[in-house]
Design a protein. Sequence first.
Length: 167
Amino acid sequence: MTDDIKEIFERVRDIPFRIPTRFGEQDFSCTGKCKILYDRLLGVNQLACYRVCSFLWDDLPLPDYLRRTPHDEECTHVYMEVFLGDRCVRVDPTWDKKLGKVFGISQWDGESDTVIAVKPTRVLSLEEGLDLIADDYTKDAIERDLVKNGQFYGAFNSWLEKIRGNS
């Protein structure tokens, strides 16, 4: 089973990270990738749950022009907890391996915690996290977020593509 879940993790991790910039676009952000991972793990009878933390964009190694692009400084991040017998391990498939020159890429042995893609400023309770995920994925919430942060998300996605092109 360990090899199966490791392979599932690696396949999801290596989907190129991309924040949707319009409602209805495929989500390959941390949340979208965790949803894919969750579904695939359930498909092999592996239990998992979503975890949510807050982080600051300025804690990431962003170029100056991105820091100056208007955006909310605080944001939320989704990762997983996978149940392995009597314990849980943190698993974060956020950054695809082609981003390794800039970000810490999670490696998972199927047994231990991975790195979390961001520096958490606060880890939400399970209930808070699930409530936030449900509230943040309504059409109205997504459209409000894109009005405030859409330009930043587009510029961030473009920057990631440049990194991948240099890999």
